[in-house]
Design a protein around this ligand. Structure first.
Ligand SMILES: Nc1nc2c(ncn2[C@@H]2O[C@H](COP(=O)(O)OP(=O)(O)OP(=O)(O)O)[C@@H](O)[C@H]2O)c(=O)[nH]1
Ligand SMILES: [Mg+2]
Length: 317
């Protein structure tokens, strides 16, 4: 595990009773969950400037120091080699502040992708914990990596990735007892392998994926408890910022960071959409997030000013 996690997360927020958004991620190994965590890390620490009193940041000054060191270490490592596969679940928490007060506490639950492919449940004790995290989430992100061949040529998304993630999603939602509202996003990760989102052929591909995935996940989005759903192409490394590395022995393909820093694409929009969706979920639900109206409104204002592609699957803001 590449993170140096010294302080246990979330203790403060439970004491102070700040509304909490739980982001749960589902994706096979190497789908980009931990890289995405690093992109969020980057955004929280200065990578995104919000307006009208909102700010994203750490829990406090000490937490800033610790987390800032983590991201510096990870960026240096990503320039040399891909980060190691996650072996233990990890919770990364941060806050949305309004003026000088914490408005929302956010927890990103990074998960172990190998759970999705381990065929022996006995060897896989973290499985039930993983399902619990999904079943208790406010927002679920399902990651589908954009696949490439050994030369970096885009191949599409894999049916196996969809099937494995979908199965776990279904299992987890069956355990969801209170039917409280849930926002759902499908992430097309590593979107930088498409090189240019403005090309006609790329636009067509994204539209085809959108309509296929919209139909495919109708079994989920047609449920009343799904408050809103959308598809986002995202990248952690960013466009023109990934270096292909191939391994001739096992045919694997990976990417290192080419430039000095991550250039996340669309992760800011995904994050604000998720927070805003969580805030606007039905106020009649017992577990609805109690967030100040002014914060909700400013979140939506900030979201509407961000560029980046979003494809609606259900509802929409
Ligand atoms: N081109 C490109 N490659 C990426 C990006 N994000 C991740 N990758 C590549 O995908 C690999 C896997 O990403 P991770 O985030 O470690 O995958 P994971 O989902 O956390 O996988 P596990 O920890 O095994 O469950 C990285 O080592 C990179 O090679 C991205 O934004 N662009
Ligand atoms: Mg990981």
């Amino acid at each position: 595990m590449a993170f140096i996690n010294i302080f246990p997360p979330s203790e403060k927020s439970s004491q102070e009773n700040i509304p909490t958004v739980k982001l749960a991620v589902i994706g096979t190994s190497t789908s980009g969950k931990t890289y995405l965590l690093n992109a969020i890390h980057r955004l929280v620490f200065g990578g995104v400037t919000l307006k009208n009193g909102l700010r994203m940041g750490a829990l406090d000054a000490q937490d800033t120091t610790v987390k800032f060191n983590e991201i510096e270490t990870n960026v240096k490592l990503m320039q040399k080699m891909p980060l190691p596969s996650t072996a233990m679940k990890y919770d990364f928490d941060f806050r949305l502040w309004y003026r000088i007060k914490p408005a929302i506490h956010i927890v990103y639950h990074d998960s172990v992708g190998q759970i999705l492919t381990d065929i022996d449940p006995k060897r896989n004790p973290s499985r039930s914990e993983f399902l619990k995290v999904i079943s208790q989430a406010t927002v679920v992100w399902l990651l589908l990596p954009m696949q490439v061949d050994k030369n970096g040529k885009y191949l599409g998304i894999s049916h196996k990735d969809i099937l494995l993630a979908e199965g776990y999603l279904q299992d987890a939602l069956q355990n969801r007892t209170d039917r409280s509202p849930l926002a759902f996003a499908i992430l097309l990760t590593k979107a930088d392998v498409l090189n240019n989102l403005e090309q006609e052929i790329t636009k067509q591909e994204l539209h085809t994926l959108h309509s296929k995935l919209k139909d495919r996940f109708e079994w989920l989005t047609s449920n009343d408890f799904i408050s809103t759903a959308a598809l986002f192409p995202v990248s952690t490394l960013g466009f023109d910022n990934a270096q292909l590395v191939t391994n001739d022995n096992d045919e694997t393909v990976a990417y290192t960071l080419r430039g000095n820093d991550l250039k996340p694409y669309n992760v800011d929009k995904l994050l604000l959409w998720s927070l805003s969706s969580a805030c606007y979920q039905s106020v009649t639900a017992s577990s609805a997030l109690q967030v100040d109206d002014v914060v909700k409104r400013e979140l939506l204002n900030n979201l509407q000013q961000l560029e980046g592609l979003i494809f609606t699957l259900k509802g929409g803001q």
